[in-house]
Design a protein around this ligand. Structure first.
Ligand code: FE
Length: 197
């Protein structure tokens, strides 16, 4: 990225100003900040959510727990922390397809999905996911049958949603690790479905 600040958005400028102020005043160790960002960029990502989904597909008791108390069931996998304290899992079925958005800003379940993609934070997605969810799905190449209801869930700071996608056909023999490899970030936001292997 260019160092020319005129290319930064106002938010980016404010974040940079805040960071340098906090570092200058000795309130924040820049290496601690780097480590935090690196953790969410490299170590905590959608592979966590994929493991949750694969376990739910493989263990009916775990799935029941996940749907009843997602925060506890996800914490059982070791995925806890900021922006994921209160989780709710919505299950895709033959009758219902679920789609997650944050209409207000960019609330997103960090411990299971990592940092949100740019499009998730964009104004068009946030507005259109509510007004025209089937149109948004079509843009992601996702066709949902006319007989399938589309439900849109608006994330907030208090409650973050994770979609439990439908398990694809012909996966009966697959291990949990193999199943997790099929699960995409977008399928857990609900803009895509999990394809057959
Ligand atoms: Fe938000």
């Amino acid at each position: 990225m260019s160092d020319d600040h005129s290319h930064l958005s106002e938010t980016e400028l404010r974040v940079r100003s805040l960071e340098s102020l906090l570092v200058d005043k000795g309130m924040v160790d820049p290496s601690a900040l780097d480590a935090l960002i690196q953790t969410y960029e490299e170590k905590i990502g959608p592979q966590n959510g994929a493991r949750v989904v694969a376990r739910a597909w493989s263990e009916p008791d775990y799935k029941a727990w996940l749907l009843a108390d997602a925060s506890a069931a996800i914490a059982d996998m070791g995925y806890t922390g900021r922006q994921g304290e209160h989780m709710y899992v919505v299950e895709n079925t033959r009758q219902t397809h679920n789609l997650v958005v944050c209409t207000l800003c960019s609330c997103y379940p960090w411990p299971v999905l990592g940092l949100p993609p740019t499009w998730y934070k964009s104004a068009p997605y946030r507005a259109r996911a509510v007004i025209d969810p089937r149109g948004v799905l079509a843009e992601f190449g996702t066709e949902v049958g006319a007989d399938v209801a589309v439900r849109v869930w608006d994330s907030t700071a208090e409650l973050r949603y994770l979609v439990l996608p439908q398990r694809p056909n012909d996966t009966d023999e697959m291990s949990k690790d193999e199943l997790a490899g099929l699960v995409t970030r977008n399928s857990m936001i609900g803009v895509e479905v999990v394809g057959a292997p």
